[in-house]
Design a protein around this ligand. Structure first.
Ligand SMILES: [Zn+2]
Length: 336
């Protein structure tokens, strides 16, 4: 498509052509080689201004630039979102104007080089926002500080939780659908609620470990599948879920349970107490029946007596110290 446009050199409306050519641009302090398209006068060959082609070149440069610094428009939009902060608070934490943030997020402006460096840092390490918050702390009143702290704390917490849960899932993946897990797939949510089921009134940790063991093994015996998909290990005091410390500290962090410390004689006793309510809809009828049976059977047992009881199980006597207890031993469980 050719169109006529006024040419300054020829001083008349001239037929134009679009020419593609390599060009080098300095853009925001960086040098870029691109192929640009320009409008030229077909008579004298002079460049003519064309708004569309000009903005095409700008777009190419912007794209190359954001690629070079490693931050796309989408990234920029996500940065504030990850904190759950309003534009107002976010801009004040950084000490920028609210309209600056708005322009960046809509893509109307590319951030200045120094702002880009900051945004890139916030993307790569979200916790670096604390530095800006500290610097500008005096600009906020107490109420705002409390609100922001809560929001930012949440980010940190989220990151920790996400990593922990991923680690745990990976950890148990190894044993998935094998006899080690009673052919189950590890289900953290079910485990969490099974623990809630037993800890509504608080329960000593050692006893809880055995209650989980009996629930999973009895369900395997009756219904050929474990409830939680957990592998259990033989330890000196009886069977315990593999990596139980990691599991409990994770559930503590995500505020499902509280772990408190008490002294019984010279021993320190950890007590687990539910912080959330038990959701029975996660379990089927057979599972609930097994859980109720286990709760009822051991209701008057303390840590010591349930440990002693479990020491008579094949699961314990026929497994070597620290080894995973096969669910095949469920056939001979003493509890029925
Ligand atoms: Zn011309």
């Amino acid at each position: 498509m050719t169109k006529k446009q006024f040419c300054d050199s020829c001083q008349c409306d001239a037929v134009t052509v679009i020419v593609e050519r390599p060009a080098t641009y300095k853009f925001r302090g960086e040098s870029f080689d691109i192929n640009e398209r320009v409008l030229q006068c077909s008579v004298c060959g002079e460049d003519l201004y064309d708004e569309d082609l000009d903005s095409e070149t700008m777009q190419t440069l912007t794209k190359l630039y954001t690629e070079k610094v490693g931050l796309s428009l989408q990234d920029i939009k996500e940065i504030r979102k990850q904190y759950g902060l309003s534009m107002e608070l976010f801009s004040r934490i950084l000490g920028w104007s609210k309209s600056t943030i708005a322009r960046y997020e809509t893509g109307k402006f590319i951030p200045t080089s120094s702002h880009l460096i900051i945004l890139k840092r916030l993307k790569d390490s979200p916790e670096s926002i604390y530095e800006f918050f500290k610097q500008n702390l005096h600009k906020f009143n107490d109420k705002e500080i409390e609100k922001i702290t809560k929001k930012l704390n949440f980010v940190d917490q989220n990151e920790v939780e996400k990593n922990l849960i991923e680690t745990i899932q990976l950890n148990f993946k190894l044993h998935e659908k094998t006899i080690d897990t009673g052919y189950g797939v590890f289900n953290l949510e079910k485990l969490a609620h099974l623990i809630l089921f037993f800890s509504e009134q608080g329960v000593p940790k050692t006893k809880l470990m055995k209650l989980l063991f009996y629930s999973d093994y009895l369900n395997f015996k009756d219904n050929l599948l474990s409830i939680t998909g957990l592998p259990y290990v033989r330890l000196q005091y009886g069977p315990v879920p593999k990596d139980h410390e990691l599991l409990l500290s994770t559930l503590e962090k995500i505020e499902f349970i509280e772990v408190s410390y008490e002294y019984s004689g010279e021993y320190e006793v950890n007590r687990i107490t539910a912080l959330q309510s038990f959701d029975e809809s996660l379990f089927d009828e057979d599972e609930l029946e097994v859980m109720m049976k286990v709760k009822e059977k051991f209701k008057d047992y303390g840590s010591k007596s349930i440990s002693d009881y479990s020491h008579n199980e094949d699961a314990w006597t026929k497994t070597k110290e620290r080894e995973i207890i096969s669910y095949t031993h469920a056939d001979n469980l003493l509890i029925k």
